[in-house]
Design a protein around this ligand. Sequence first.
Ligand code: FHN
Length: 430
Amino acid sequence: MMGNSSIINERTERTQWFLQDRFGMFIHWGLYAIPARGEWVQSVERISNEDYKTYFDEFDPIRYDPSAWARAAKQAGMKYAVLTAKHHDGFCLFDSALTDYKSTNTRARRDLVWEFLEAFRAEGLKVGLYYSLVDWHHEDYPAFRDNHHPMRDNENEKRNPETFSQYLSYMHGQVRELLTNYGKLDIMWFDFSYGEMVGEKWKATELMAMIRSLQPHIIVDNRLESGGEGGGSIYTNNPLSYSGDFASPEQIIPPHGVKDQDGNSIPWEANITLNNNWGYTAHDLQYKSITTVIRKLVECVSKNGNLLLNVGPNAMGEIPRDSLDILAGVGNWMAQNSASIYECGQADLSKPEWGRYTQKGNRLYAHIFEENIGSINLNGLAGRIKKARLLADGSEVFLNRPWNAILFMEDAFLSFAKPEALTYPLPDKR
Ligand code: FHN
């Protein structure tokens, strides 16, 4: 079936930089950093807007330094960043003319989005904004009904769903503000559709027409039609104007990447937390290790995908130290191995049992996850690779007998997707 080739062709052109950059920072920040129990705290604990306003009255991130955030992202090897301009609680981190519920009306009296964009652009990173379709604060947004999204007390019941179109005018108006008043944006990250609230329920065709008219180059995720579980017309070869430019699997890396119904790879980005929460939590200390993050990044790229790795700054405006330490460790690995990530994608070879491959042109990168390099057998590649070097220092990788494969690629570079392995003794030269 002929797909909607013009939309697919435009999507391919718009996402070129995205598929080259591969690695970005997700930033969930807002009033919820004060209760420090995650970004859904208002809903899960059924806090009324009146009680939640305590945090609005108090919010004053005196140590907010987006340049420090940008430097941490850049050092980690990240090439772009996406900040929550408005999350589900409706609090706007930008100076919207359409609401008083915004950071410029808090003690901070700062346009936090503007400062973020300026700081990350100054470090050479591309910038995106996350915007929640869901809004627990706006008087015309109807409550969720199913118990999957526990809502606050039934103050929402007083709201008249028929005035939902008023909310849509507000939502579209704020998106227009972000795309008009904040310079060139590279990504618009909507979140999220659910139940019957998909596509035209958000007046998505009209919204996307406005977005494309204001910033034609911008790339948009697929959540005008889906939630974190995936879905929507982006998976077909006949996408709609609001299908989005990339799929957004959440907290998972799809086993075979993301492909359309004909098996064609489509742009995708796994968004993943460093611990178990998107928003700052004082108690969640279950952080992923540096090795785990590196392996997730390698796995995404090995399947033609991106990794959007989340940080949740605290109420003072600081990225938590645990998160910074992990980013620094990932950055140390990227400093020596980023050639196996940037502009790379799925290899022509199937996944080896000892790790993963990524590839750029005729250069193959073998990412070794296993401890003992000697047990790894490249015989299946015999006659196919001419030489192999260790990516970290360019040293010749002396291929002991199981390795005496002459591999097909012009040259193969071995990266150790485990930072400790960088010092792992290679087999004695024979
Ligand atoms: O409900 C949100 C959640 O708080 C977070 O923003 C994630 C990030 O992908 N998106 C929604 C859950 O799918």
